[in-house]
Design a protein around this ligand. Sequence first.
Ligand code: HEM
Length: 476
Amino acid sequence: MTRGPWPQQPPATTAPVSAEPLLTRDYDADPALVHERLRETYGPVAPVDLLGVPVWFVMGYEEVLRVLQNPGGAWSKRLDNWKMNAEGRLPADWPLLPVFQVNNSTFQEGATLNRLRAAWTTALAPFQDYGHPQAQQLEQAVVSHADDLIGVLAEGGAAGWADLAAQYARPLPLMVADRMLGFTAARGEDVVMDIWRMLDAGPDAAAAFERLYAAMTELGAAKRESPGEDLPSYLINAKPDITLDELARELLMLPGLLDFTGSLVCNVVVEVIANAGVRESLSAGAIDEAVNKVALLNPPMANLTFRYALTDVKMGNYTIPAGDPVMLSVAAAHGDPRFAGAIDWHAIRSTRAHLAWGAGPHSCLGQVLATRIAVIAVQRLFRRFSKVKLALPADQLPWRPSPFMRSLRSLPVQYELARVPAPPADTAAAEDSDAQTAATPAAGAASGAASPADEPAGKPSRSPLWSFLRGLRRAR
Ligand code: HEM
C-alpha cells in the first residue's frame, strides 16, 4: 500500500504493516465514531482489515460517488480482478466468500450487467408501476401481512411489549419476497425460514443456502414450464436466454434486498418514535420524508460489496494498487463533513443527494418498491397503535454485527393498540381487519378477515411460520 501526500499530517512513506480491524465492538455500537477516528487518522480512504483480509475503506462522499459512477472504467466488480483471490491467497474459509461467489448481476459489468439490469427493470415494473394490477395487489398484500403480524403480536392483549424487528419489520418484507417469487404458500414459508438462516450467517447458513439455491432453481424450472404473474416469470420473459443457474442466482438477491427493506422499516420506526413531530402527522408524505431522512442518517446498506482497481488509482492520501479491493462506505460518506456540513438539517424536505440507493451502473432498481413497502409498514403500525415507545434508550438499541448492513437486532417497544374509527368506503376492505383486530386482537389475528387475501382463512394460526412468530411472543 503506497501513501500519497497529505497536507494535515506528516505523510507516511510506508504502508501500515497490519491494518486495524474494522469490525470491532466499537464499530457495532457506533460506526459513526469509528468513521470519525479513521478519517482523522487516514483521511477519506483508510486501510482496514476485514475479517482477516486487507481492504481499502472509502469514507469520502466525493470518492465514494466517483467509484460508484466509475467514469473511466477504472473499477471492476468481478471477483477475478481481486489479485489476492487470483493468486490463491484468499483463505478458503473467509466468512464473506460465499457472498462474493454468488456471482449474480451485483458482480457483473459491461454487456452482461446491462442485459441483466434491463431484465430486472422490466421484471420489477409491474410491481413498481402503480398503474399495474400487480402493484396494487402487492400493496394490498403488504397491508394484509402487516395486519396479520400486528394481530399476532397483539394477541396477548390491547397493551404490551413487542420486538418490532423480529415480530414485524423483518418478517413483513420477506413475506413480500415470497409473494413476488410466486411460491405456493407452504413452500414459501420454508423458504422464508431458510432465508433467515442464510442472512443470519449462523452455523446452518451454508445448508440453508444450498436448499435456497435448489428451491430457486426448481422454482425457475416450474415458471419456465408454466409462467405466472411473478418475478421469475417476468425475468424469464424479459431475458428468454437466461439459464436456470443464472435465474436462481438473480432470484437469490431478492430476499436479501427485502431484508434491507426490513432494516429500513426498523430505522424509520425509531426515527418516527424519536421525532414527535412526525409521529403526530403520519401522512404517507411525512413517512416518505422520514424514509429519506433515515436513508441519509442511517443507510441500511451501510457498506457495499467490493470494487477492484484495474490500474493504480490515486485516492485520498493513498495510491490504491491495481487488483486491490475497496469497500465503499455509504454511511461514512454521509457523515463526511464536506457533504454533511453542506446539508440544511432544518429543511422540511431532506436532501436526495445521498447515496443510500447507490449510484451509477449498479444503482438500486427497487427504490420505489422498497420505499412503498416501508411507508405502508410504518403507516399500518402507527395507525394500529395509539402509543408506542422504545423499551430502551435509542442509543442502547442492539445492532446486528454485519460488514454490510446497519440493522437492528431487536427493536423492543411498549405499545397500546388504538381503536380504529370507521374507514372511508374505498379503504373499507383493508381497514375492516384493522377494526376487528384492534377490538379483539386474538380473534382478529386468527380470523379469515386478518388473513392475506390469497391464503386460506385461519392459516396464521396453523403454519410453522406463524407458530414461530407466536413463539417469539410467548418467549417474552
Ligand atoms: C424491494 C426491495 C429492493 C429491490 C427489488 C432492490 C433491487 C436492487 C437491484 C436489482 C440492485 C442491483 C443492481 C446491480 O447490481 O446492478 C440493487 C442495488 C442496490 N440497492 Fe436495492 N433493492 C431493494 C431494496 C433496497 C434497499 C431497502 C436499499 C437500502 C436503502 C437498497 C439499496 C441498494 C444499493 C445501495 C444498491 C447498489 C449496491 C452497489 O452498488 O454495490 N435497495 N437493488
